[in-house]
Each structure stands twice: as C-alpha cells, then as structure tokens.
Design a protein around this ligand. Sequence first.
Ligand code: KIV
Length: 277
Amino acid sequence: MSSGVRGRGGRTTIRRFLEMKQEGQPIVAMTAYDVLFARLLQEAEVDLILVGDSLGQVVLGYDSTIPVTMDDMIHHARAVKRGAPDTFVVLDMPFMSYQASVEDALRNAGRALKETGVEAVKLEGGHERTCETITALVNAGIPVMGHIGLTPQSVHALGGYRVQGRGEADADRIRTEAAALQEAGAFSMVLELLPAPLAEEISKSLTVPTVGIGAGPGCDGQVLVLHDALGLNPGFKPKFLKRFAELHDVALEGVRTYAREVRARSYPDAEHSFEGD
Ligand code: KIV
C-alpha cells in the first residue's frame, strides 16, 4: 500500500488516515461491489474501498439508492472483503437502516462489522440526530465515516442531484454539519458535490480527513464510483467525472468478437478443445 504504515493484516487504519492528512498525503478511495474489482483495487493499492449504496444504480439497476437494503449491502460487502482482505473497507449504511432510531443503527452497523469483516460504516447527513447516532456507534467501537453535501438518500428532499452549499446560508449549513460530524466522532467524511472553494475551506478547518467527490482538489482525498471512472457506464457524464479507462468499449468489442466467432464456428478451435484418449 502506497500510504506507508499499516495496521494488522496490512490495511490502513483510521489512525493512519489522520496521519495522512497531517502529512498532506491524499487518500485514494474507490467503490467496489464484488470480489473481482475488490481484488483489483487491492492490487492497485487504493487506501480505502467503499461498498457504496450506489450499488443500487450501478449493479442492481434501481434509479436511486433508496431501495437498497441492509441484506444487499451485507451480501456485496462480504464479496468485497473476500477480494480485499488487506484493504480498509467501509460499508455504506443504506436508507432507513439508521435513521429511525439509535437502536436500529447499532444493530445494523453491528451486523455490518460482524457479518462482513468491514472496518467501518458510512452514514449520510450532518444534522443533530445523525450526529447523536454517530456518537453512539463510535462509543460502541464502530468507526464511522460521515457524508455531507449531496446526500443521495435524501435526493427527493434536496430536489435532485445538484451541487450543494451554494449561497452563504447553505454554505453555512454545510460548514456547521462538517464541524458537528467531527465533534460526533467521525474519523473522516465524504464531501459530495460542493463548490471547490467551500470544500477546501472545510477540509482545512477540520482535523479529520475529507474525501471528496465532485468537490474539487482541496479535499484530503478523492473517491469515485469505480464503474463510472473506468467507463463502464458510458451514459453517465457529470462534470466532475474523469474517465480513467473506457472499459465499456473494450468489453463490447470482446463480446462482439466472441459472438462473431461462435456464429462463424471459428470458436472453439483445436487450440481451445480437448483431445480424446
Ligand atoms: O454510494 C456511494 O458510492 C457513495 C460515494 C459516491 C461516495 O456514497
């Protein structure tokens, strides 16, 4: 792993994430939902894998994260942890797994750690009630990553997937939430879809690291949805997204070549067939 000191099992620890911030070393985070991509991210030495509830759109075909269940998250986080046993993995707590009561949050986050082996959970929101929940989880020994700015589980309340923190009042709300999350005990927080100057100001004001997505270069780390960053989801082109590969095109060409060869009876050929006795 590029980031130096490791915890037991070789993975980065929450203490190490703090040190990385102090040293000005960016945290590299990416989502994964299955064993193959988790293995690939571990091989690429990313610092943190997020089993995001973006699972809902990216893998399960829903049009938001709202239908995703705790069982869905556990199923996929187990696969990710099997592929990346030596990487710090965060499980995204799905909609309504922590909002109704602190007891729900404790029971579900406890399940996440016990049944999947992930190192931490992530919760969306920075208002008082969420912060109380985060403190209860941290007191129970469960590391928590916060998530403010655009919080996709609240897409209907926010009126769509749009940049947050524009205008002084909304910027102030985000500043207050960031400080409250740190105070509540979050070891890090995602800043999603924020103006770059606001995200940078917030990152500088905190001791815990921020991990940005669509929040500019001033965050302490960056996270991207793997399928978007590798060009597996070609229709999705938000301004902040850079495609680091074009896997859709490569995969499509591969499948088309396979289909052509099967139809032409040129695959399987002798090289790919077994001889008799
Ligand atoms: O669900 C997810 O993938 C996320 C990232 C976009 C941060 O929450």
